[in-house]
Design a protein around this ligand. Structure first.
Ligand SMILES: CC(C)(COP(=O)(O)OP(=O)(O)OC[C@H]1O[C@@H](n2cnc3c(N)ncnc32)[C@H](O)[C@@H]1OP(=O)(O)O)[C@@H](O)C(=O)NCCC(=O)NCCS
Length: 227
């Protein structure tokens, strides 16, 4: 039997109302928005991703390093990174995307749904973009990934962690609909201090896409056509 995308969406769409069902994380789809496209990572992307990871903000704000000196160093060789992405592509508990800026065709970073917990219909999310900030790419990439988790995979919950010294990322997550659920106090050692780590989550019933201009608000009836 051949399953089309529509067939796959049906059981998943019911899951949030009737309880968890196993979701399918074997194929990474391409998701297209106005500004960005999320597509599977290819071997050719890895050199560019490796270069983008040198952005010290990426190391610092993702909690990958413990001081500014470390943030300037390469955490991986390109070969190591190729092995990491190849392994992740085989994993069945995560979907890893390259974030591509549509206007230039350039790889901008990475977005990941990870740690899929089928029994609880939940999954984690993380994202980083190198060198590009405040142009709306991160918000749209986050919306595309979270929309996939709810609308296609039929999951109940998406969660993430964001450090207290990253108000930009927190703003992005709040715009998408994540709410603060708790704080892991002094969870990251950075330089001479400790940084709190906020846990944020969004549930399927809280998820809504931004409206198309002119479309009715959720739960409202569109007005009758003017005579
Ligand atoms: C976090 C990240 C994915 C966001 O992507 P982005 O493309 O820069 O974000 P957007 O342009 O979509 O939105 C940024 C929002 O934050 C706001 N913002 C920027 N700096 C801010 C600050 N210091 N405090 C509060 N809000 C801030 C912007 O004004 C914008 O909100 P607005 O649309 O209401 O004006 C990206 O910046 C990034 O990868 N940073 C480095 C790694 C990282 O932090 N990853 C996340 C780890 S949890």
């Amino acid at each position: 039997m051949v399953w089309g995308a529509h067939d796959l969406r049906r059981p998943a769409a019911r899951a949030s109302s009737i309880g968890p069902v196993p979701a399918l994380l074997t194929d990474t789809p391409t998701l297209t928005g106005d500004l960005v496209q999320l597509r599977p990572v290819t071997a050719r992307d890895v050199g560019r991703l490796h270069a983008l990871m040198r952005d010290p903000e990426v190391g610092r704000l993702t909690g990958s390093v413990h001081d500014d000196a470390e943030a300037g160093r390469d955490p991986w060789t390109v070969v190591q990174l190729q092995e990491v992405y190849a392994r992740w592509a085989r994993d069945t508990d995560r979907l890893v995307w390259t974030v591509v800026e549509r206007s230039t065709g350039q790889v901008a970073g990475e977005a990941v749904l990870l740690d899929h917990d089928p029994g609880n219909a939940s999954i984690g999310f993380r994202i980083w973009l190198g060198g590009s900030r405040d142009r709306g790419l991160g918000t749209e990439a986050t919306r595309l990934a979270v929309g996939h988790a709810f609308e296609v995979l039929g999951l109940h919950r998406v969660e993430l962690e964001v450090y207290a010294f990253n108000p930009r990322a927190r703003r992005v997550y709040e715009k998408v609909g994540f709410v603060l659920e708790g704080t892991k106090r002094e969870a990251l050692r950075y330089a001479d201090g400790w940084v709190d780590c906020h846990v944020m989550g969004i549930l399927a019933r809280e998820w809504s896409r931004p409206l198309d201009p002119g479309s009715p608000a959720p739960g409202t009836t569109p007005p009758p056509p003017a005579r």
